[in-house]
Design a protein around this ligand. Structure first.
Ligand SMILES: Nc1nc2c(ncn2[C@@H]2O[C@H](COP(=O)(O)OP(=O)(O)OP(=O)(O)O)[C@@H](O)[C@H]2O)c(=O)[nH]1
Ligand SMILES: [Zn+2]
Length: 203
């Protein structure tokens, strides 16, 4: 998701109730939140709402933040060649269509080749790509493709299971619905689902 920064047309005087120390993009975003609240018929001077634009922008910044990734790897001296699977990695992302969260768990695994990856890095990769306006399918593919290219393993598998708030608290109103997506590459392309299921059964 690419960000657009066109500050030129921004009228600072228009920024209602914003903190003077906020950066220009944040002041612009806060003014926009304030405008949205006004347009929805809310009194932005209400004590409950005065700080809301700042809080909303800070929340979005937090949810859309991406930590740089450091992929610590180790030589696979013993030639470990079974599946390495980290299950139930929790994640929260924002759906690109409604800006509402979707959240759930990721199961991420790979078949090692020359290098072993620091285990926490699997969770960090999920967190990194979740920090964007996303589609669950795209998030799944981005995690898998990144691991495949960085680690050059014999195969990668990524399964995501998530609740989309846009579908559970509004719209279709299906609170029990869970969306499952998957990407299996290399030697996991053919029997990835079975390999993951077997590993979970013995876990
Ligand atoms: N494929 C995919 N669709 C998603 C994802 N997150 C949300 N959506 C869907 O995006 C679609 C947007 O459809 P629209 O008809 O434009 O939006 P809407 O009028 O709010 O639709 P409803 O959600 O059905 O009320 C909806 O069907 C959402 O369920 C996602 O991660 N992947
Ligand atoms: Zn949505």
């Amino acid at each position: 998701m690419s960000l657009v920064h066109d500050h030129d047309e921004f009228d600072l005087d228009h920024a209602v109730g914003v903190v003077a120390t906020a950066s220009l993009p944040d002041r612009r975003a806060e003014a926009a939140v304030s405008d949205l609240l006004l347009a929805l018929g809310f009194d932005v001077a209400d004590p409950d709402l005065v700080e809301t634009p700042r809080r909303v922008v800070a929340s979005f910044r937090e949810l859309l933040h991406r930590e740089p990734l450091t992929m610590t790897t180790f030589p696979n001296e013993e030639g470990y060649d079974e599946l390495v699977l980290v299950r139930e990695i929790p994640f929260t992302s924002l759906c690109a269509h409604h800006l509402l969260p979707f959240r759930g768990v990721a199961h991420v695994g790979y078949l090692p080749a020359e290098r072993l990856l620091g285990l926490s890095k699997l969770a960090r990769v999920v967190e990194h790509f979740a920090g964007d306006l996303q589609l669950q399918e795209r998030l799944t593919v981005q995690i898998a493709d990144f691991l495949a290219s960085e680690l050059a393993p014999n195969g990668v598998g990524v399964v995501l299971e998530a609740e989309h708030l846009c579908m559970s608290i509004r719209g279709a109103n299906a609170p029990t619905a869970r969306t499952q997506t998957a990407r299996f590459t290399g030697a996991l392309a053919e029997h990835g689902w079975e390999r993951f299921r077997d590993a979970s059964r013995h876990g």
